[in-house]
Design a protein around this ligand. Structure first.
Ligand code: AKG
Ligand code: FE2
Length: 361
């Protein structure tokens, strides 16, 4: 018998086989917003809902059906996971040659984060997920303008990354445009801080968490945090994401301890939907009016936990040179002038360092 060739990518990612999210776990009922209603119909009731959600929990499902950008994300995310599988299957020594360096500055966000690179609690428990951050500014430029070395499966998929990135970025900007108008701010104020061709900390994050090791909860894949960019578009297929039941409006550095009492609630994955959430930069720009929801990732519950968990995350973040201060407009609470200017590249860099220094690592 000839040796059976392994198909391209492995079979680790088998979304058609995943059992439903089990009953009996406390879940959060996120609202579902239709992307087609937002960008094709320009439905004002849907826009109002987006704004209310962003002032509330700051998390919602975005139904991607019925419009071209949505289809690009639905199909693209599946293809991204195939790339992720190929990348994570590389030998650890090879992956470590792409390790992301905690040097500050948004460029340092690119590359590989191994399992256990971060501490998740005061007891020193290590995380269990691996990431590969694929920088926007690397994928959208011609090959001869790329600044870093990338694993072959990522390079081979560069046109697909470009398409996914441009689409995810434009969806993020459409949502920000809606929010801007409600804040009484010219959408250009947001556009000019998030120009795609400018250097920024935007990236596609490919993540892989191993199957659940033991029944008891939790085993932390990604510790409690708020995202530090402006808006995040997340695709996942298995449970594992949890949000803190209470919202907090402080734009804070990574802090593993929620600062308001509450409990962790599961976010059920929803077919053909992205999960959208706001990050600390949106809190900063709106002087605390918008909310960055606190969240974390643990292995999926019940029978879903037998599968490795992949996710594809796109972070829209302010341009490196953007000065991180609140916008002024009739809908934004007026705060005092910031004492000193800090640019987004440094702001994000500080948060990355904060992330790794938590619990005195
Ligand atoms: O994997 C997920 O579902 C969420 C990942 C996440 O929160 C992050 O990478 O910031
Ligand atoms: Fe996150």
């Amino acid at each position: 018998m000839p040796h059976k060739e392994e198909p391209i990518g492995s079979q680790e990612f088998t979304p058609d086989q995943y059992p439903d999210f089990p009953d009996g776990f406390p879940t959060v009922e996120l609202e579902t917003i239709s992307l087609a209603k937002l960008i094709i119909d320009r439905d004002t009731a849907e826009q109002d809902r987006v704004f209310e959600i962003c002032k509330g929990r700051g998390f919602f499902y975005l139904d991607l059906s019925g419009c071209e950008p949505g289809e690009t994300i639905v199909q693209g995310a599946d293809e991204m996971v195939r790339v992720a599988e190929a990348v994570f299957k590389l030998p650890l020594e090879e992956k470590m040659t792409y390790e992301f360096k905690i040097a500050g500055g948004s460029g340092s966000l690119n590359g590989y984060k191994a399992v256990a690179a971060t501490v998740t609690d005061k007891a020193g428990t290590r995380d269990t997920a691996e990431f590969f951050n694929v920088g926007k500014n690397e994928m959208i430029v011609p090959d001869d303008q790329m600044k870093r070395k990338w694993p072959e499966p990522i390079l081979a998929a560069k046109p697909m990354f470009k398409d996914y990135i441009e689409t995810a970025h434009s969806i993020g900007m459409s949502i920000m445009g809606i929010i801007a108008k409600k804040l009484g701010v010219d959408p250009e104020e947001f556009n000019s801080r998030h120009r795609i061709e400018e250097q920024s900390g935007d990236h596609v994050r490919l993540t892989r968490g191993p199957p659940r090791d033991k029944e008891e909860l939790p085993e932390i894949q990604t510790p409690s945090h708020t995202d530090f960019g402006t808006i995040t578009l997340l695709m996942n297929w298995l449970g594992g994401l949890q949000v803190w039941s209470e919202s907090s409006r402080t734009a804070q550095l990574w802090n593993h301890e929620p600062d308001v009492p509450g409990e962790w609630l599961w976010v059920k994955p929803k077919k053909r939907c992205a999960i959208i959430n706001l990050g600390d930069a949106a809190v900063k720009f709106s002087n605390g009016l918008l909310c960055a929801g606190r969240h974390r990732v643990i292995p999926a519950p019940g029978a879903q936990g037998k599968y490795p968990r992949y996710s594809v995350v796109y972070f829209v973040r302010p341009e490196d040179k953007c000065i991180m201060k609140q916008l002024r407009g009739p809908g934004i609470p007026d705060g005092p002038e910031e004492e000193k200017d800090i640019i987004a590249g440094d702001w994000i860099g500080q948060q990355v360092i904060g992330l790794n220094e938590q619990h005195g690592k």
